[in-house]
Design a protein around this ligand. Structure first.
Ligand code: MOS
Length: 750
């Protein structure tokens, strides 16, 4: 039996649907974002983006820009103030191995759109106009940006990225078993490069506080990362830097690493001894991280009934010249399915772009897409129902790590999802279903994502008026973190949610990592719970020590906290209010800090994943090549659901992004000039309201053993597998097997 940290048995709020506690601030405009904070005498920076992808700057003429009235200073590599010169100092908390990009460092151009100058002016418009007058002359070289053409230069990255598991050693004989298998499927798959495109572009407002101190509002998924970066790059004491980011207008992973506007804003503010803001444009949001171009091959060998005999998944991912970006692409295949002959490879090749970035379920979106289309192909090859095929090959333990799963209610996802969708009524024959002049297709796929814990601390303060404040430095990127932490804290001390204030996104708060990897609920949630339990124990001590205490001789594990009172379990007549106890104890507040991480609970004994089954209905107009995703059912196994309302929102968002991945999103890289050409929201398509129809979310029952609270994560699982389910539905509708996504009009008509 696994011990869990429980909130004294009074789950009043945890597990119930609650509206976002930060909702009113967001819809009334009270919530402020990094680029909106004001400061007296604020100067505005505008970045000049470089025009070539590879080569060097031979001359940079800033005289016309400097002559514009209102321009304060123009920074280039030639006049940049001193910053750290060791690579090491530029490595932020989630940087992949390598040598991080440094803006305005020297005359070298590493990728298209690289910042080559910063114009600082009294107002934004002046800075923008003056930036257009900066003249840069280059010595250009031909960039190599085509991952396919760079395939012969593939390498196994010598330095592994922290937190990213490399493929396991092969087991059995995948190639031999493939040769011998009666049924085979082997194909190449590719998902287009995608950009995150959060509504809020990157921005940093640096407030000059005097005396060398700065307060920074930075668009980041965790302010501790920017904090460490600024201190290391500018040689500042951490005490002289405070970083805040109470709200994000979307992150999706592009806010994990500090970006060049932060570097430039701090650089200028320190040099001018004045507050400076730098905001990037939508175009400039296409000048750094993106979901990488990964070329994949999946080879499946099976017996006549579809039982896997060989599983091979090979991936080649593009990365930049300067960093070895890595993500988990191929491991999922052997985590999801049980096979005795497995070979998984993951290699990199260098191209002349910026380093790719984690993008919602990085690696899994890409790898599971290929795997789950291949499984659909194998279902047709072996005449099996796609769900039956998956159940036949269902993994009961994680052979990539040799560990049992902490929980895996994937069977329930298949069953409940299929039931809700009406899968039993499906005629497997392609082109067999119609609605008027449209072809109808039903497809399904599996999803999987890690359920991680990251070392996080949290603080809690209970004041004598019965109000509780909790929090830490991590960010709420719109996922609902403020709300779920408020629910957890309220239950831990038996308070109303209105009595709890959650604070996030401030380096003055207890340290926590970036919000990413879907680990925040499990990590910060547990840390908040533990800090609150410390307070509970302390106040209980005060209550028990009261004269004639009704709790005298009662142990802590025999009391419950509810309605602002501590009472004996099963005997509410014996109770003391928190306020009375604190008054008797002679304190006006009780404070506690605690932390949680991989060592909490049983995270190390188990393989911990969230799972899903996604069912998609598409309607295809073959004359126009148009595809509509008319129905999605996403059945999710993610342990205990703290807040079904914000949880559902996460899955809805993931599914919408998955629809974008399947049908629309594609960053097009010009192989001659090495630039992403459709760098705006007119030409880079994301789903709009008219593209989204019915989305039905199911959370199946799942008791998890890995996390102390039985909580997994939800930010990413909703996108994984969604595009595969849609691609499989398109095959079912049309008989066309499309292995390069997005599935655009030309691929249906072609
Ligand atoms: Mo997520 S891609 O770790 O923000």
């Amino acid at each position: 039996m696994v011990t869990t940290i429980s909130s004294t048995g009074t789950d009043s709020f945890v597990g119930t649907a609650r509206s976002r506690v930060d909702g009113p601030a967001k819809v009334t405009g009270l919530a402020k974002y990094a680029g909106e904070f004001a400061a007296p005498d604020l100067a505005h920076g505008y970045v000049v983006s470089g025009g070539i992808a590879k080569g060097r700057i031979t001359a940079i003429d800033t005289t016309s820009a400097e002559a514009v009235p209102g321009v304060i200073k123009v920074y280039t590599h030639e006049n940049r103030p001193r910053t750290a010169w060791l690579d090491y100092n530029y490595r932020d908390a989630v940087a992949p191995p390598g040598s991080p990009f440094r803006a305005l460092y020297d005359d070298a151009i590493h990728y298209s759109g690289q910042p080559v100058a910063l114009v600082v002016a009294e107002d934004f418009e002046t800075a923008r106009y003056a930036a257009s007058l900066v003249r840069v002359t280059y010595e250009a070289e031909l960039p190599a940006v085509n991952v396919g053409a760079q395939a012969e230069l593939a390498y196994d990255p010598p330095m592994k990225r922290a937190g990213i598991k490399p493929p396991p050693e092969p087991w059995g004989d995948a190639d031999g078993a493939f040769q011998a298998a009666p049924k085979k499927v082997a194909n190449d798959y590719r998902l287009a490069v995608e950009h995150h495109n959060p509504m809020e572009p990157h921005a940093s407002t640096v407030v000059w506080e005097g005396g060398g101190k700065i307060t920074v509002y930075d668009k980041i998924q965790g302010v501790s990362n920017s904090h460490g970066y600024i201190a290391a790059v500018f040689g500042m004491n951490k005490e002289d830097v405070r970083v805040l980011n109470p709200y994000l207008g979307g992150g999706f992973g592009i806010g994990l690493r500090p970006q060049y506007q932060l570097f430039l804003a701090v650089l200028a503010a320190r040099d001018l001894e004045r507050s400076v803001r730098v905001t990037l444009t939508r175009d400039q949001m296409f000048t750094f991280g993106y979901r990488p171009d990964v070329r994949q091959r999946v080879s499946l060998g099976a017996d006549a009934e579809g039982r896997l005999q060989s599983l091979r998944h090979d991936a080649l991912s593009g990365t930049s010249r300067f960093e070895d970006y890595q993500e988990v692409v191929v491991n999922w295949s052997a985590i999801l399915y049980d096979c005795d002959n497995v070979a998984l490879t993951y290699n990199l090749t260098k191209i002349d772009t910026y380093t790719p970035a984690d993008m919602r379920a990085p690696g899994a979106v890409t790898g599971v897409l290929a795997l789950e289309i291949a499984m659909d192909e194998l279902a047709y090859e072996t005449g099996q129902d796609p769900i039956a095929l998956r159940l036949k090959n269902y993994s009961e333990s994680d052979r990539t790590e040799g560990k049992p799963f902490g929980s895996k209610a994937l069977r329930a996802c298949y069953a409940e999802g299929a039931d809700r969708f009406g899968w039993a009524r499906r005629n497997p024959e392609p082109r067999s279903m119609r609605d008027g002049r449209e072809l109808v297709g039903w497809g399904m796929a599996t999803g999987v994502w890690e359920s991680l814990m990251q070392q996080s601390s949290a603080q809690a303060t209970l004041t004598a008026d019965g109000k509780l404040t909790v929090g830490n430095s991590t960010g709420d990127l719109g996922t609902g973190t403020y709300t779920i932490l408020t629910q957890i804290a309220a239950d831990a001390l038996g308070l109303q949610m209105e009595d709890v204030t959650t604070k996030l996104g401030d380096t003055d708060l207890a340290e926590a990592p970036v919000a990413g990897g879907s680990w925040t609920a499990a990590s910060s949630g547990t840390a908040v719970m533990k800090a609150c339990r410390k307070i509970a124990a302390e106040v209980f001590g005060m209550a028990r020590a009261m004269d004639d205490s009704p709790l005298a001789n009662v142990d802590f594990d025999r009391v419950v906290f509810s309605d602002g009172r501590i009472s004996v379990a099963g005997d509410p007549s014996r109770s003391v209010s928190l306020v009375e106890a604190m008054r008797a104890g002679g304190v006006d507040k009780v404070e506690a800090t605690d932390s949680a991480g991989p060592d909490s609970g049983h995270a190390k004994e188990f393989s911990a994943y969230t799972h899903s089954a996604i069912f998609a209905e598409v309607k295809v107009d073959e004359d126009l090549g148009q595809i509509r995703v008319t129905r999605i059912v996403s059945a999710i196994a993610a342990g205990k659901i703290i807040n079904p309302k914000t949880a559902r929102s996460q899955i809805l968002g993931g599914v919408v992004m998955g629809i974008g991945s399947a049908l629309e999103e594609e960053s097009m890289l010009d192989h001659t000039i090495g630039r992403f050409m459709n760098h705006n929201l007119a030409e880079y398509h994301v789903p709009v309201n008219a593209d989204i129809h019915d989305i039905d979310v199911i959370f199946v029952e799942e008791e998890d053993r890995a996390n102390p609270m039985g909580v997994k994560g939800l930010g990413e699982i909703g996108i994984v597998g969604t595009a595969a389910a849609i691609a499989n539905a398109v095959f079912h509708a049309t008989g066309k097997r499309i292995r390069e996504l997005p599935i655009t009009v030309d691929k249906i008509l072609g």
